[in-house]
Design a protein around this ligand. Structure first.
Ligand SMILES: O=C(O)C1=C[C@@H](OP(=O)(O)O)[C@@H](O)[C@H](O)C1
Ligand SMILES: C=C(OP(=O)(O)O)C(=O)O
Length: 438
């Protein structure tokens, strides 16, 4: 499907969807435990994949509406009956679809099974790096292989991994650390993760530690990484998911570049949490937007203004890169997005993809291995056909660009918003964006 976006102004209130990261962790933590109701989950393709994995391991996972009826979409709770401790050996292949979080978290869980589990995913997921996590499972006496021996899925994982110490690079994916901490808690000896290189996406490990603490599982920081003691039990009756700041970034960016004169966009559901992507508020403030976060009310109000490019280090916040690149295209001066190499290992290489798309829209960019500089001040953002590359974040960011481009913008692969923000286009249209999807 294509999204057709015409220049338009936005205003009004919108609610961001619940956090994808918290939802994945809550469902899997509930699986490791005996049973939990996860309230206000993100009901989208990626967390559904994690739910299927929990079922493959012997749990039951029901996505239900307010009346407790099972639903295919728009669930208001997930009722999880856990497998309790070590997962059972799956009867069939686990399809992680497009979800890197699912594949990484489930790889370490699969390492705990007595038998072997087979994990696969779509073409994008089968091209993402898993090698360091496979090595870690093997060094904990499990078996973990890439069927193509290239460190990518399909994967074969199992053989009753134990606890112990593992060394792992920190600059590929923080999800490796999250996976090992979550699985390590149910080993006898626990797992110590020593980071061989600087940890990127570090706030996501703090999200993990926050969720685990809420399930009664202790973790520690060490001088060289993290440790989770073994023999722990995951338990909480109910877990409430906070709003998603990565998803909010598109709504806030839309408000900053395209709000109606004298009007504002107010984003609800912005309760403080460990999410690094709440940095979008600070970045917009530094760029000159009129933005205020009422943390107690969980509301962020943004009005347009003259934006100037700034330097942003996305080491902690890789998922903001597409949004920041679009903001840079609209801002005066230069937007320098640095420390971005790990952003190339996502659903697609987002550094290259944003460079290509903004160039197609008439914007001057400079791409380097670990940075993207957008010379917005020197360019006129112009409508074009740009490719979503099957990547939800590209689709959403480029749609925001279309609001202020000259002429119409077509974004291909619009359906991929179902990964993290299924109501994205309805939400944008309700704010006044002129966007149709067909
Ligand atoms: O653990 C998580 O929930 C995530 C961690 C990040 O990935 P990396 O740690 O691979 O950078 C982020 O990009 C992804 O969207 C979600
Ligand atoms: C990279 C992302 O997620 P995942 O790693 O779970 O595919 C994302 O949502 O931007």
């Amino acid at each position: 499907m294509d999204a057709h976006v015409s220049p338009s102004r936005v205003a009004g209130r919108a609610r961001a969807p619940p956090s994808k990261s918290y939802t994945h962790r809550a469902i899997l933590a509930a699986g490791y435990g005996a049973g939990t109701v996860v309230t206000d989950p993100l009901d989208s393709a990626d967390p559904r994949a994690t739910g299927r994995a929990v079922e493959a391991f012997g749990g039951t996972v029901e996505w239900v509406d307010d009346d407790g009826q099972a639903v295919e979409e728009g669930a208001s709770a997930v009722e999880v009956d856990g497998f309790g401790g070590r997962p059972g050996t799956p009867d069939d292949v686990i399809d992680c679809a497009n979800s890197g979080t699912t594949m990484r978290l489930v790889t370490a869980a699969a390492g705990l099974t007595e038998g072997l589990a087979v994990l696969t995913g779509d073409e994008s997921l089968r091209s993402r790096p898993q090698g360091a996590l496979l090595d870690a499972v093997e060094s904990l006496d499990g078996r973990a292989e890439s069927t193509r021996r290239n460190g990518q899925a399909p994967l074969v994982v199992g053989d009753a991994m134990g606890g112990g110490a593992v060394a792992i690079p920190g600059d590929v994916s923080s999800q490796f650390v999250t996976a090992l901490l979550m699985a390590g808690a149910v080993t006898d000896d626990g797992v110590t993760v020593d980071l061989e290189t600087e940890l990127k996406s570090a706030p996501y490990v703090e999200i993990t530690r926050e969720v685990l603490a809420d399930f009664g599982v202790d973790t520690e920081r060490t001088d060289t990484g993290f440790r989770v003691p073994g023999g722990q039990t995951y338990a909480t009756d109910e877990y409430a998911v906070p709003g998603d700041f990565s998803s909010m970034s598109y709504l806030l960016a839309a408000g900053a570049v395209a709000s109606e004169e004298g009007e504002a966009v107010v984003v609800e559901g912005a309760r403080p949490s460990a999410q690094g992507d709440s940095a979008i508020v600070d970045v917009l403030d530094r760029m000159g937007a009129d933005i205020a976060w009422d943390e107690a009310a969980g509301e962020i109000t943004v009005r347009g203004g003259d934006l100037s490019g700034v330097e942003v280090d996305v080491g902690d916040t890789p998922d903001l890169l597409p949004t920041l690149a679009v903001l840079g295209a609209v801002a005066d001066g230069e937007m320098q997005i640095v420390n971005a190499e790990h952003v190339r290992y996502k659903e697609t290489d987002r550094v290259a993809a944003m460079a290509e798309s903004l160039t197609a829209m008439g914007v001057e960019v400079t791409e380097e291995q670990d940075s993207l500089t957008v010379h917005g001040g020197d360019s006129t953002l112009t409508g074009a056909t740009v490719h979503g590359r099957g990547d939800h974040r590209l689709v959403m960011a480029l749609t925001v660009a279309g609001l202020v481009a000259d002429g119409e913008t077509t974004v291909t692969g619009a359906e991929h918003v179902d990964v993290s923000f299924p109501d994205f286009f309805d939400t944008m249209a309700a704010l006044g964006a002129s966007v149709s999807v067909e």
